[in-house]
Ligand binder design. Sequence first.
Ligand code: ZN
Length: 179
Amino acid sequence: MKALIIVDMLNDFVTGSLKCDRAQRIIPNIRKLVDGFHKQKLPVIFANDSHLDTDFEMERWGAHAIEGTEGAEVIPELAPTDDDIIVGKHVYSSFFETPLDSLLRSRKVDTVILTGLHTHLCVRHTAADAFFRGYKILIPEDSVDSFKAEDHETGLAYLKEYYGATITDAASILKDLKK
Ligand code: ZN
């Protein structure tokens, strides 16, 4: 069973305090993946920063994605439906002190498709924890990105080399879903 995980596609990361212009490139591709997963009734999980202003990360990045604010909401283009799962996180990894692992296991998920921001940061740390827990990892390279092209590319190379991630694209993932 496959699950789609969308990391940090939040207002603050796309258009807000930690704005990333390159995020625009991946929105339509993630949109297509979400629609494809909905159609096949496969799990769609939004892993969202949901910070307290006392979280350690605030010192490094300044205030962002504070729980309950508009900045912490998923961008309107990808607004979750009632069937989608939302996991709030406090650090880069979507697994660290969240129910994500048990949500996946209870649905017999063995393969995670990681999308969103940033390839070399939250996607990478989420991939690390997925790898440690035995999940197979697929990364559609047109559905993840970073502030800089260089970080995106080195991020992809790292995911492939150290977590055995398959680097693919949204269209190939959608094609395989229909088989
Ligand atoms: Zn954060």
